[in-house]
Design a binder for this molecule. Structure first.
Ligand SMILES: *Cc1c(COP(=O)(O)O)cnc(C)c1O
Length: 399
């Protein structure tokens, strides 16, 4: 049953996800949200058509801008993070792009953490090269020191915690407080926590970005993104940019994400349990120089993770091999893994591994480790099997 009493705070996060506070098809009572496909949406008469205003979220205008299926998913995504509004984009990267086009124009300055999701950096570099926008990459551990990098034309500050590959956890509240005092918009790529373990709006962030391709999909079969806000004015800027860019999402894709959402918290906890156990075990291994898991103190910003995250770290973490192992040997290790596949994206049931040479990816801070880094996404397999696979692959590659 769906009724507004379910939103009462007496319910926990997981109950609220299973019993969302929406009911867009009165009279048709079923748990799944119907799939409503449309390009054309018809109006009863011309007067009704002429009364449409793009800024009114409650009007149905055109399939690209939303259908009952897509809007229901957007509302549920917003609710998970404690936001009021959400917009869906066809990928996590297009959600990032939507933020840039919503808030910066030529002559503006943007601050991006040095450890940001690589395609976000590439997007920023593209805006610098072709659109007259200035970008400064900053030390992710800068905290309130971000104040020194703010210029009169700074319009947007990105944060991401933990960072995509190297997992530094930023002091998000410190950065958000500085930005807010100067009237600068902050956007957080919050994909890592799925909006479950970190609540950006409780820490002063203005916009949360999610790659719904990850845990929200959970099936390695959907590409989608979201921008979530509390303030309507920010939502409207994003909505206008999204409309101008001509991007939207399919109701069929949304229905698959809607189907996966109720199990997300449980999957996240399962990924978290196995990943943390593997990370702690890797920490004891002589082959490993550092384990970059936010719950382990090798990871920069570990204390901010302990302070700000509630509900675990999920399945994504990295570790650095001892420098005596060459890049070729680490490649051989990754290829020798049988239960960890090689591939982009994560958040599904399968474990993944990817080697990275971080040095060349950084411009603001020198990367302190000499060994090669491997990022794991830990899927839903049995922990003992994954551990056995890692041990066997090390034996094979480092013999
Ligand atoms: C995957 C990912 C994205 C982009 O998502 P896509 O849907 O693949 O475009 C953005 N940010 C982070 C942190 C990601 O892991």
């Amino acid at each position: 049953m769906t009724d507004s009493s379910n939103k009462a705070p007496k319910h926990g996060q997981q109950t609220r996800i299973v019993h969302p506070d929406d009911n867009l098809t009165p009279g048709f009572e079923a748990f799944p949200v119907p799939v409503t496909r449309a390009s054309t949406i018809v109006f009863p008469n011309l007067a009704a058509m002429r009364q449409l205003v793009w800024s009114d979220d409650s009007q149905w205008r055109y399939g690209l801008h939303g259908t009952p299926t897509t809007i229901t998913l957007a509302q549920r995504i917003a609710a998970i993070e404690g936001g009021e509004h959400a917009l869906l984009q066809p990928s996590g990267l297009s959600a990032i792009s939507n933020v840039y086009f919503g808030f910066v124009k030529s002559g503006d300055h943007v601050l991006v953490p040095d450890n940001a999701y690589s395609p976000n950096r590439e997007h920023a570099d593209w805006l610098v090269a072709d659109y007259g926008i200035e970008v400064t990459y900053y030390d992710p551990m800068i905290g309130a020191g971000i104040a020194d990098l703010i210029k009169s034309n700074t319009k947007l500050i990105w944060v991401e915690a933990p960072g995509s590959v190297t997992m530094e956890v930023q002091d998000v509240p410190a950065i958000a407080a500085v930005a807010r005092a100067r009237g600068i918009v902050t956007a957080m790529d919050n994909t890592y926590s799925a909006g479950l373990a970190f609540k950006p709006f409780e820490h002063g962030v203005d916009i949360s970005v999610q790659a719904l391709s990850k845990y929200q999909s959970g099936g390695s079969d959907i590409l989608m993104g979201a921008t979530i806000t509390v303030e309507r004015e920010l939502h409207m800027k994003l909505k206008r940019a999204r409309m101008r860019l001509g991007i939207g999402v399919s109701s069929d894709d949304c229905s698959l994400v809607l189907r996966s959402l109720p199990s997300m918290t449980l999957r996240y906890a399962a990924h978290d349990r196995t990943a943390l156990a593997l990370a702690q075990w890797l920490k004891t291994r002589p082959e490993v120089a550092a384990v970059l898991h936010p719950a382990i103190d090798d990871c920069l910003g570990h204390e901010f993770y302990a302070r700000d995250f509630k509900g675990g770290a999920g399945g994504l973490f990295s570790f650095v091999f001892d420098k005596r192992y060459s890049a070729q040997q680490v490649d051989a290790f990754v290829e020798a893994l049988e239960l960890f596949d090689i591939g982009w994206s994560w958040g599904g049931s399968h474990s993944l591994a990817m080697p990275y040479k971080i040095g060349a990816m950084r411009t603001a801070v020198k990367w302190p480790h000499e060994g090669v880094l491997v990022r794991f996404f830990v899927g839903l397999e049995d922990e003992a099997d994954l551990r056995g696979d890692i041990e066997r692959a090390m034996g094979k590659a480092f013999a």
